[in-house]
Design a protein around this ligand. Structure first.
Ligand code: CA
Length: 218
């Protein structure tokens, strides 16, 4: 996102950022910039300080009130640099006009690289009903926050139920999914494990018996 009222600078930046693989948006005023930031959630904001309505400092303050998107200031004068550095606006970097567009793109890339948050962990905890959580990563079932020890197959069965909540699953489907398609055995095995789950997790486990089919969680 480029917030800059000087069209020649904005277009130049636009051009170089596109060459750098970005798809920039432009705003020529602070308020328009805030609007677009809100609407488009850009990866980074290049922010001029001298803008026709509210200045870049105020824009930054308002962005910061609701977002941690990186902000790179374009400053024109030494006095502005002091303010960028002194106001603790949460700016990530600044460049002084006149600047080399190439360098600006390099700075943008550097900020995005270092600012990359760790990949969000895949949702590893599945909620079952009101009280039961199945934490697949820790292989832990919790009832009201208290971990309940389960045997391996009991946990696998519960996790499979949790991933398929609302579906009526036959004993054969459960056997295939949890014990493996090449497991030969009595499908009463499923009943035994379900009974154990019910015993261990109690009435908080919304696991229903679907007559003639098998079981359904949730
Ligand atoms: Ca300006």
């Amino acid at each position: 996102m480029i917030i800059e009222d000087d069209p020649s600078i904005a277009d130049l930046l636009d051009l170089y950022l596109r060459e750098g693989g970005f798809r920039p948006l432009q705003a020529a005023s602070g308020m328009r910039g805030l609007e677009l930031v809100e609407q488009h959630q850009p990866a980074l904001v290049v922010l001029d300080i001298g803008l026709p309505d509210i200045d870049g400092f105020e824009v930054c303050r308002r962005i910061r009130a609701r977002s941690s998107v990186p902000v790179l200031f374009l400053t024109a004068r030494d006095g502005e640099i002091d303010r960028v550095l002194g106001l603790e606006l949460g700016a990530d970097d600044y460049v002084v006009k006149p600047f080399s567009p190439r360098e600006l793109v390099a700075r943008v890339k550097a900020i995005l690289r270092r600012g990359q948050p760790p990949a969000p962990a895949a949702a590893t905890t599945l909620s079952v009903g009101e009280m039961v959580d199945v934490d697949v990563a820790r292989r832990e079932a919790r009832v009201r926050g208290v971990a309940i020890p389960l045997a391996t197959k009991e946990f696998d069965l519960l996790a499979h139920f949790a991933r398929n909540q609302g579906l009526a699953l036959s004993r054969q489907q459960l056997l295939d999914a949890v014990w493996g398609a090449d497991w030969y055995g009595d499908d009463r095995t499923v009943d035994v494990h379900v009974r154990q789950l019910r015993k261990k997790l109690g009435d908080d486990l919304p696991l229903a018996t679907v007559w003639g089919v098998g079981y359904r969680l949730g």
